[in-house]
Design a protein around this ligand. Structure first.
Ligand code: TYD
Length: 205
């Protein structure tokens, strides 16, 4: 049986990771792999309801409450979608995961990162991605890509998003084996070539 893989895609809002996930999915399926696509927040089913609250609720949301909502969605995603698919030998591509909470709630909102990592560990039951690709881009370019219609998170301001970006780079330095950084300011084709190279290296391990 084929070995399953769990790959996560991370980066600032507007970094282009969703385009790259779709390209990789198509590429892998053409090679005969079974691919499952998922995302956080908003894993299929209950996660979609949680996503709606997280992105569109216009009342006050405390930083800790926000974190727990992301974590609840994560637990559901891991238990219901990721683990069964990987166990069945599929490749799971996940749009955002544990590192988003460290980058956004930790570096961005300023919550204690050690505790966030502990909570991530509970939400995932200790499972870590086999590979994480961080799409790095300067905040000015990414915010231009997002455009004027911003959701609750995207409206958090330029300083917040700078902290998130630098946070991702720091996280990547802490776990260089798992986390690879790609320059997302390059063209879609160039970025995708890098993604493929990184994927094949992981497969060889
Ligand atoms: P989404 O529309 O999925 O953004 P993108 O298309 O850029 O991935 O919105 C998810 C938002 O939630 C995004 O701003 C990042 C944020 N987020 C957190 O703050 N913490 C988390 O743990 C996760 C998973 C996402």
């Amino acid at each position: 049986m084929k070995k399953g893989l769990f790959i996560t895609f991370e980066g600032a809002d507007g970094c282009g990771k969703t385009t790259q996930i779709n390209l990789l999915k198509e590429y892998l399926e053409n090679q005969g792999y079974e691919v499952v696509l998922t995302r956080e927040p908003g894993a299929k089913g209950l996660g979609e309801k949680v996503r709606e609250i997280l992105l569109n609720y216009d009342g006050v949301v405390s930083d800790r409450c926000e974190s727990f909502l992301f974590l609840a969605d994560r637990a559901q995603n891991i238990d219901i979608i990721v683990n069964p698919a990987v166990a069945a030998g599929k490749i799971v591509l996940c749009d955002r995961h544990i590192d988003s909470t460290v980058a956004y709630q930790g570096f961005g909102r300023g919550l204690d990162r050690k505790r966030i990592k502990m909570l991530n560990d509970i939400a995932t039951n200790g499972r870590k991605p086999d590979l994480t690709i961080v799409f790095d881009i300067d905040v000015e370019t990414s915010m231009k890509r997002v455009g004027k219609e911003k959701d609750r998170m995207e409206s958090a301001g330029i300083e917040f998003h700078n902290r998130v970006r630098n946070g991702y780079l720091e996280i990547a330095k802490e776990e260089p084996e798992r986390i690879k950084v790609v320059n997302a300011a390059a063209s879609i084709d160039v970025v995708f070539e890098n993604v493929k190279t990184i994927f094949h290296k992981t497969l060889q391990k």
